[in-house]
Design a protein around this ligand. Structure first.
Ligand code: BTN
Length: 261
């Protein structure tokens, strides 16, 4: 379990992480952060759990968070007044925050668009953004981050759609999970202030996996193939297909992978 006083001593960071809701076991930190948001919890609210029993992944999948081996956290973000045009960047925001924290530990990180964090070609972290809208404007969002830290957190090959690994295997030494939580929140504070900016796009693109390669991606149920060119300014992925350029949006895209040639 996590040490509450140690986490609280390091929080908030740039407005994120207060109040802290810490659980030894919970169904899903995203579900709890959404409930807290509906009950009026402030911007920056952080939910952390040592174990999740019904962790949520993208595209309706499950996300495993066994005890003492992983990190599961969710940040509640609010915009008052509601904003336009940053929702595409939110996936990148979560992935960049993990990437920067992992790089601080010496890992070489790639981001499998939109928001999977890869180290040595294996997925070590995922991000689930659940947004609340006021009409077409973004009023609040829960950004949920799951990180496989120790070997015990790595799901078996039959449980995942993409090869999974963990940070400790990647860097070859023990990781202090509380310090890593604080590093992720620290990076999140920085990237939040740059949300949707050119600098953020550059940071995301610089780590983009499979750039310039032939890839296939599920775009809202339709399988597309083409060359992964770069990112559009709003965070959409630019795919050059035989029929021309396609801009793919993050929330409905899934299962990006390189095509073996
Ligand atoms: C993915 O499918 O890659 C996204 C996984 C996101 C998992 C995290 S763990 C913390 C937060 N709470 C959840 O229920 N899901 C997210």
């Amino acid at each position: 379990m996590f040490d509450r006083s140690r986490l609280e001593a390091g929080l908030p960071i740039v407005g994120l992480g207060k109040p802290l809701h810490l659980f030894s076991t919970i169904d899903s930190t995203n579900a709890r952060a959404l409930e807290l948001g509906q009950a009026g919890a402030p911007h920056g609210t952080l939910v952390v759990a040592d174990e999740q029993t019904s962790g949520r992944g993208r595209a309706g999948r499950r996300w495993l968070t066994p005890p003492r081996s992983a990190i599961a956290l969710s940040l509640l973000l609010r915009w008052d007044p509601p904003v336009d045009g940053v929702s595409g960047a939110l996936s990148g925001f979560g992935a960049l925050s993990v990437a920067e924290a992992a790089e601080g530990l010496g890992a070489q990180v790639e981001i499998k668009w939109p928001n999977d964090v890869l180290v040595a070609g294996k997925k070590v972290a995922g991000v689930l953004v659940e947004a609340q809208w006021q009409g077409s404007l973004l009023a609040s969002a829960v950004v949920g981050i799951g990180i496989n830290v120790r070997p015990g957190s790595v799901p078996g090959p039959d449980q995942v759609g993409y090869p999974a690994g963990c940070l400790e295997q990647a860097i070859g030494r023990r990781i202090d999970r509380e310090a890593l939580i604080l590093d992720v929140v620290r990076a999140a504070g920085r990237w939040f202030s740059l949300l949707g900016s050119h600098e953020m796009l550059e940071g995301w693109e610089a780590r983009l996996a499979f750039r310039g390669m032939q890839v296939s991606v599920d775009d809202g149920g339709v399988r597309l193939r083409g060359r992964l060119e770069n990112l559009h300014t709003d965070g959409r992925m630019v795919l050059l297909t035989d029929q021309g350029q396609r801009l793919i949006i993050g929330p409905t895209a899934a299962d990006l992978r390189p095509i073996d040639r």
